[in-house]
Design a binder for this molecule. Structure first.
Ligand code: PMP
Length: 411
């Protein structure tokens, strides 16, 4: 079988079939914010909603059994996707933000007390920063930060000074949503475990770009969202090792998470039900399963090679735009994410002007205000690439930026 091309992949995504308002083809370079959906995901969700929708785990009707089987099949697909040991370690949540907050609010107070340390990095998304600030404030713990090198990578030489016996958790992003840095998660897991601490990895950006094996990396918690992984929004994953889930208190009370309820108390169900109170996002779970299948069929070999090439090309071609600064490590150390500023141009104006050419990018602090403080700018423009993007689209972005320079009278 011939390996796929970006053009083949593109034809799997209905959004690219119709031009944008104004007749321009869509050039979608905002994959870091959310990714487009392939037909197989849309169809899997539509099929569930139109042919076999019912509530899960509730009834012995054939309809309910079919939908329950489909949901559990999706859980098994996600288990395979990250090579977890057992499907009961896959908890469905509404997304990365909810998964991290759930760990902070349920595992946190049971395991972190006054004087303990939570180690983060200077490149975290607010979703992997604020929940830990809230926990630290609640229990009297301290936050410490692994600093970044001049090349925008985590400074591993600083581990001995930052990660100590007081450390109970290292929480780190697998891939920075601004810098594109791919972090040395295996090293950080070892550093955490050497101190009897746990490691949590925010895979919101990492999951769509590189294969992750939670057992090989020895991750305690691994978290990601469906919507950046070519699946639906409203669904995310919280993976944790089974022994952690057995000990961790539930974070939501209600139906499905119980074994037995009395008027004044309850006993807990086993994981994953213990952490899935209430009716789950049924069609979204099935859509996520289809997205995981889609990625698996495409193959990581294609995805990583295609995106590495795009990253190199984007870096080289964007670097030639006058006045540009691209933030992040050298392209061989990063994923296909380019955050940049152009001297004399506001990030918002660049965003507006390239949008007129049919190119969707994003501007702002990308939910990383402390990182932007460190970069010394309040906002960047970010082009973030995915499986369907092409080198021609990089050229179109460069042309649009050159035209924007003219419009802004920088030339
Ligand atoms: N972490 C990182 C690194 C992200 O890029 C994002 C999404 N921008 C999140 C967490 C939050 O993900 P979600 O909005 O899907 O909860």
């Amino acid at each position: 079988v011939d390996s796929p091309t970006a053009t083949d992949v593109r034809s799997d995504f209905p959004i690219f079939e119709e031009p944008l308002e104004g007749g321009k083809p869509l050039i979608y370079l905002d994959n870091g914010a959310t990714a487009q959906k392939p037909r197989v995901v849309i169809e899997a969700m539509t099929e569930c909603l139109s042919r076999y929708y019912a509530n899960v785990h509730r009834s012995k009707s054939r309809l309910a059994m079919r939908v329950t089987e489909a949901v559990e099949a999706a859980r098994e697909k996600v288990r395979g996707f990250i090579n977890a040991d057992d499907a009961s370690e896959i908890i469905f949540t509404s997304g990365t933000t909810m998964s991290i907050n759930a760990v902070a609010q349920a595992w946190g107070p049971a395991n972190i007390e006054e004087g303990d340390v939570i180690v983060l990095t200077e490149m975290e998304h607010h979703a992997n920063l604020v929940p830990w600030q809230m926990l630290a404030r609640e229990v009297g713990a301290e936050l410490k930060f692994l600093p970044l090198t001049d090349d925008w990578q985590i400074d591993l030489d600083r581990i001995p000074e930052v990660v100590t016996e007081r450390t109970k958790l290292i929480a780190v992003t697998g891939l920075s949503n601004v810098l594109g840095t791919v972090n040395p998660v295996a090293d950080l897991a070892k550093a955490a475990h050497a101190m009897d601490a746990k490691i949590l990895v925010d895979g919101a950006q990492w999951a769509p770009h590189e294969p992750v094996d939670v057992r090989e990396l020895d991750l305690d918690f691994y978290i990601f969202s469906g919507h950046k992984l070519y699946g639906p929004s409203g669904i995310g994953v919280l993976y944790a090792k089974r022994e952690i889930l057995d000990e961790m208190p539930p974070f939501l009370g209600g139906g499905n998470m119980i074994d037995r309820v009395y008027l004044d108390h309850f006993t807990e169900a086993e994981p994953p039900a213990k952490f899935e109170a209430g009716t789950p996002p049924i069609a979204e779970i099935i859509g996520l399963g289809a997205a995981v299948d889609y990625i698996r069929n495409l193959g990581w070999e294609f995805i990583t090679a295609h995106e590495a090439r795009l990253s190199q090309v984007a870096h080289a071609k964007l670097s030639a735009v006058p006045g540009i600064t691209i933030y992040g490590p050298a392209p061989e150390h990063k994923a296909a994410i380019c955050s940049f500023t152009i001297e004399g141009a506001a990030a918002e104006d660049i965003n507006f002007l390239v949008d007129r050419k049919g190119i969707a990018v994003r501007h702002g602090h990308h939910c990383t205000m402390p990182l932007h403080d460190k970069l010394g700018v309040s906002a960047t423009t970010r082009a973030s690439f995915g499986i369907y993007n092409t080198e021609e689209e990089v050229d179109a972005l460069v042309e649009a930026l050159l035209a924007a320079r003219k419009r802004l009278k920088l030339d």
